[in-house]
Design a protein around this ligand. Structure first.
Ligand code: SAH
Length: 344
């Protein structure tokens, strides 16, 4: 379906950028992957789906920040792209066990475009919630913000540029002998070393909006994703039923991601006078906020679960699994209220 639509667009208007291709494949209102598929755990598995420990540790991290904020009466908790709602469910379980004032202060808004996932979130998360489809629609209030995003930014569309022999090209989708193919399209002369790099105007504009909201309302934004602080390259990849696949093979049915450019996010936040910590490898961050102690406690309570708990802990924190490629970064408004977990 989407393949035909892309073919028609190219016939009528010429080559489409990688950005336009990703936008259609992931977000087409009817057939886009993130509008129509219930793909989490089928095509890919995220940290909250690996173990309850992930959301629980973030809950404990959040309680620490709530105490640093001096226990405000109201706090706006926002999650971007909450998937099945697992992170928040585990987070809220810990909050309800440890800090009733925090639980009572919470006003929760989820940013989600997938109707199937919204239903699952509604059935899973044990608290009243509101939904918006766009970050710009997060309700304004006087309450401090706590914003969480796990594997959200990696699904946003990304341009891919190539500079070769002082000529700038953009990676585009064309029809070659009637087959959809990526090819570099010449843009202009451009002086500089040969290089391939990606840019995501959508991600950057969302970071601008979130930073402005932090400046208005105060608070903290915790961003967890796979990506890099500095660097270049072409990182577009597709996953179909848990296996790497060709991004053009199952359009609208496979997950497409690009690495998140944390360095750009950091520059934007710093230019607005906000505090930034990280990006720190996920393994290090989770250890800093108590991964090992929590795993030991759970093993003690459920001796039969020892082996699966150890496997989960390794998957989340070992550099050969998600421990190094995944990074954690905090952006925060008050330079004196330092979020926990970033000691290196
Ligand atoms: N955070 C979850 C899910 C990650 S998958 C977890 O860790 O398990 C990406 C999530 O972002 C999904 O919930 C998807 O539906 C949502 N999403 C994708 N594109 C979006 C967009 N443009 N706006 C809002 N949500 C989006």
């Amino acid at each position: 379906m989407l393949e035909n639509l892309l073919r028609q667009e190219i016939h009528e208007k010429g080559p489409l950028s990688q950005y336009q291709f990703m936008e259609v494949a992931l977000q087409h209102p009817e057939f886009g992957y993130y509008r129509s598929q219930e793909a989490i755990s089928r095509d890919f598995t995220t940290s909250p789906e690996i173990s309850q420990v992930f959301g629980e540790l973030l809950g404990a991290w959040a309680i620490d920040y709530f105490l640093k904020l001096n226990q405000p009466k109201n706090l706006s908790l926002i999650e971007l792209g909450p998937g099945k709602g697992t992170l928040l469910t585990d987070f809220l379980r810990i909050v309800s066990q440890i800090s009733m004032p925090f639980l009572e202060a919470l006003d929760i808004t989820l940013v989600e475009i997938n109707p199937l996932l919204k239903t699952i979130q509604q059935n899973t998360i044990p608290c009243p919630i509101k939904w918006v489809e766009h970050v710009e629609h997060i309700p304004l209030s006087d309450a401090p913000l706590m914003i969480l995003a796990n594997e959200f930014f990696d699904v946003l569309p990304t341009h891919c540029y190539i500079r070769k022999e002082n000529k700038l090209y953009e990676r585009c989708l064309i029809l070659k002998e009637d087959k959809l193919t990526f090819a570099p399209l010449f843009l202009q002369e451009n002086q500089g070393p040969d290089q391939t790099w990606e840019e995501s105007p959508k991600a950057e504009s969302l970071i601008h909006t979130l930073c402005d909201r932090l400046l208005m309302q105060s608070g903290v934004f915790l961003c967890i994703d796979y990506g890099y602080e500095k660097g270049a390259g072409d990182s577009l990849q597709a996953l179909f039923k848990g296996e790497p696949s060709d991004p053009l093979s199952h359009i609208g049915k496979s997950d497409l991601t690009c690495h998140v450019h944390f360095g750009r996010f950091k520059d934007i936040a710093l230019s607005k006078g906000l505090g930034v910590l990280g990006p720190l490898p996920q393994g290090q961050f989770l250890k800093n906020i108590g991964l090992e102690t929590r795993i030991e406690r759970l093993k003690h309570k459920n001796p039969l679960q020892r082996a699966p708990l150890e496997v989960a802990s390794r998957r989340l924190s070992d550099p050969r699994h998600m421990g190094a490629l995944f990074k954690v970064m905090a952006i925060f408004s008050s330079l004196t209220l330092i979020p926990a977990g970033f000691e290196s």
